[in-house]
Design a protein around this ligand. Structure first.
Ligand code: SF4
Length: 354
């Protein structure tokens, strides 16, 4: 039977994931879940336990839509916190709904190139370990390039002089990445687009408003789940910075663990799980750097981020930096988010103008 492999969405990472799966499974079909819409969340929410955090619901909605399109192999990663249980519960829910499929669980504490290769062999890759490793290196580099490029976009898109110039080039760049199959080609594409992004015309004042985004990884990185908050901020000519990316989570976070806790200063003595420690450390660092405001984003009921909130309040008091808190779930109103963002922007502008 033909295998149709699918996986859930998170930001633009479907580009490298799809590219990797196509390289590893040349004889099979790769089908990224359909783009997230309101229906995705409705489907996910309808079949999820009510209390579960919202990334679970988005993932489940992605799986249902992919299965309906014909997918028969689903991939789920797993990490710390409740994310470590997503795979088991989602698999059970989907089986109870009557779907038939193969479910692949990649648990972060067991992930290394050898275990990954064993898993892809089970799914049916014909390629050698050596080739697999080469593809893995290519895709890791692609993820890093996407993260660096998007960080640049975030900081500058609010100041473009030609409407949609960043958005259009970003789309072109991601489409170009989909066709890359070798490291040398990736480097060429990177150089070309890096130059083109830097050549886009902007009008950015030196003392523009700067806002840092901190919080839980999924709601930070999946724009649909945060009502496209970065885009909304950019509309108000704000430089946006966010440090939680896949590159950070997979490589830098673990390596910098002690430094991150130290960087949280007097606000944290112990790690508080998931991304909570990073939120406090980043919040303090951005406040020290003179940012004008912080936005803390989390799914409703996300304990590590609830734990981070009192420390962010203290940072807010000590550094006199306003913090706006958002808690997202399947019932969050888009109008409410936009209104609060507008009010936050007005307040930051008034503070800046003295
Ligand atoms: S960090 Fe928050 S959103 Fe993520 S699994 Fe844990 S509770 Fe859920």
């Amino acid at each position: 039977m033909e295998k149709i492999i699918s996986f859930p969405h998170m930001g633009n990472y479907f580009v490298p994931v799809e590219a990797l799966l196509r390289l590893i499974f040349p004889g099979h079909k790769v089908l990224p879940a359909p783009a997230i819409t309101k229906k995705t969340l409705e489907l996910g929410s309808k079949h999820s336990p009510d209390f579960v955090c919202v990334p679970f619901k988005y993932n489940l909605g992605n799986y249902i839509e992919a299965l309906e399109k014909g997918a028969n192999v689903l991939i789920q990663a797993g990490g710390g916190c409740r994310y470590g249980y997503y795979a088991e519960i989602q698999e059970q829910i989907l089986r109870d709904m009557g779907y038939e499929f193969q479910f692949i669980k990649l648990l972060s504490d067991k992930i290394n190139p050898i275990s990954l290769y064993k898993t892809v062999r089970e799914i049916g890759t014909p390629i050698s370990f050596h080739k697999f490793l080469g593809h893995l290196v290519l895709i890791i580099k692609m993820v890093r390039i996407i993260d660096d490029t998007e960080a640049f976009i975030r900081e500058n898109i609010g100041f473009e002089t030609e409407e949609n110039s960043f958005r259009d080039l970003h789309r072109e760049f991601l489409n170009r990445l989909k066709t890359v199959t070798a490291l040398s080609e990736l480097n060429t594409v990177h150089r070309e687009y890096d130059k083109r992004f830097r050549e886009l015309s902007i009008n950015k004042p030196e003392n523009c408003l700067k806002v840092g985004l901190v919080g839980e990884l999924y709601t930070l990185m999946e724009p649909f789940s945060n009502f496209f908050i970065e885009k909304e901020l950019a509309k108000n000519n704000i430089q946006v910075s966010r440090y939680i990316t896949v590159t950070f989570l997979l490589f830098d976070k673990f390596r910098r663990r002690k430094q991150i806790l130290k960087g949280a200063g007097k606000y944290l003595k112990y790690e508080i799980g998931a991304d909570g420690t990073d939120s406090v450390e980043r919040g303090r660092t951005l406040a020290k750097m003179g940012y004008d405001g912080l936005i803390h984003i989390k799914p409703f009921g996300c304990m590590p981020e609830v734990n981070a909130m009192p420390m962010l309040q203290n940072i807010s008091k000590d550094f006199k930096i306003p913090v706006l808190y958002f808690s997202f779930d399947s019932q969050t109103s888009e109008t409410g988010v936009k209104t609060r963002l507008e009010a936050f922007h007005d307040m930051l502008t008034m503070r800046k103008d003295g």
